[in-house]
Design a protein around this ligand. Structure first.
Ligand code: AP5
Length: 372
């Protein structure tokens, strides 16, 4: 749908609309709440574990799943048996934090919505959001505790088990729809939601996505994990027509292609095909961005154009852990997108942020970025 907003004020993305964008060095003026994120706020509990532990809870060494009844004791055992580290996590929250870190000033360019419990872990998440200058507005309830994510590390692999708990209690009516909260949504020009949130509140995602589409702003989504494509495809495809920028890694790309019956395994081909899926706001063409670890990042644009961008080189022994690498890539990308920079520059910023994060434990970062 067309927007009455003056063109200069709209978020831009297609090559056609890019000439008016600021130069590489002059950022568009940024105001608080320009970048909106909504998702599952989780406290990550990570530890190096052994194979017996994985086997006991039927975990694959490299996977992302939601906790089931059989995982109930896992969290307690993890803390008792191994040396654990706590990090503020949750995919969308990570990316918004990274974007804010890349932007630095003004503070609170990034807004974040999600649900937490009124407990110690919830307090930690609130404190972390404040420290990272993200404008977090949590829906707080006391029926469920703040969600956690066990990161069970063995060698280069990590098995993530998310116990959503409070995160699963996000309610559109009780939070997103509130006038003061919706005003924050309206202030944004770029929206980002990880696919993980498709398991929680499809109606909240659709409300934000429709707002973005109707006002010619940018709506970005992440495939997040193979299980989203395998078990939540119906929800995913309800949102897809609103998606301006789709993110994912190569495993998610291949799973998505398989579940959609594309009958192809090549990531570039899947990106091209996904780019052409039906879209509501036809004025703006979808962009698909698939990262591939140390392999190049694939970006598919209108007209079957596809390009692969090499990642920044790193001595593999300098990698502390790749936990949060994908989220950091997205955060870096969004930090430039919200400043209306070119897509190439967005990818460059994504690679920079990911490269910083993989040199550190968890999705953490130094005081200031050094990105030019
Ligand atoms: P995790 O899955 O560990 O983080 P991620 O951001 O998805 O990172 P991955 O390591 O999976 O990266 P990727 O495969 O997406 O990207 P790629 O390898 O292509 O989990 C993080 C968070 O998820 C946790 O905080 C947790 O709370 C949250 N979470 C779990 N379940 C959840 C749920 N249900 N709801 C909400 N949140 C949930 O790499 C990306 C980029 O990194 C590359 O393009 C490259 O630039 C760089 N890079 C990566 N590896 C290399 C390498 N070997 N060499 C050079 N560069 C590299």
């Amino acid at each position: 749908m067309a927007s009455d907003e003056p063109k200069a004020k709209r978020a831009k993305i297609s090559e056609k609309e890019e000439p008016e964008a600021p130069t590489e060095t002059t950022p568009a003026e940024l105001s608080p709440n320009s970048l909106f994120g909504m998702g599952n706020p989780l406290l990550d509990i990570s530890a190096v574990v052994d194979k017996d532990f994985l086997d006991k809870y039927s975990l694959k060494p490299n996977d992302q799943i939601l906790a089931e009844d059989k995982h109930k004791a896992l969290f307690e055992e993890l803390v008792k048996k191994f040396k654990v580290e706590y990090h503020a996590g949750g995919a969308t929250q990570n990316s918004i934090k990274i974007a804010q870190w890349m932007i630095q000033e003004p503070h609170k360019v990034g807004t974040f919505f999600g649900c937490i419990g009124t407990d110690k872990f919830g307090e930690i998440l609130k404190q972390k959001a404040e420290e990272t200058h993200v404008d977090a507005h949590y829906y707080e309830q006391n029926e469920e505790p703040t969600g956690t994510c066990a990161a069970c590390i063995t060698g280069d692999n990590r098995s993530l088990v998310a116990n959503l708990a409070a995160a699963n209690c996000y309610k559109k009516k009780e939070h997103l729809d509130l006038e003061e909260n919706w005003k924050l949504v309206e202030k944004a020009k770029v929206y980002y939601i990880a696919g993980f949130f498709l398991t929680v509140s499809l109606e909240s995602i659709l409300k934000v996505a429709k707002h973005a589409s109707e006002n010619n702003k940018l709506f970005c989504l992440n495939l997040s994990a193979p299980f989203i494509c395998q078990h939540f495809m119906k929800n995913l495809m309800q949102v897809m027509p609103y998606v301006d920028v789709l993110f994912g890694n190569e495993t998610e790309a291949v799973t998505f292609g398989k579940e959609k019956g594309f009958e192809m395994e090549d990531v570039e081909e899947i990106a091209k095909k996904t780019q052409t899926l039906p879209k509501h706001n036809e004025k703006r063409h979808r962009v698909v961005v698939f990262t591939q670890g140390k392999g190049g990042t694939v970006m598919a644009k209108e007209g079957g154009k596809v390009e692969t961008f090499p990642v920044l080189e790193i001595d593999q022994k300098d990698i502390v852990d790749t936990n949060g690498a994908g989220d950091a890539f997205v955060g870096g990308f969004l930090s430039e997108l919200v400043q209306e920079k070119s897509l190439d520059r967005c990818v460059k910023a994504g690679h920079y942020a990911a490269n910083v994060i993989i040199r550190r434990a968890g999705c953490t970062f130094p005081e200031k970025p050094d990105f030019n």
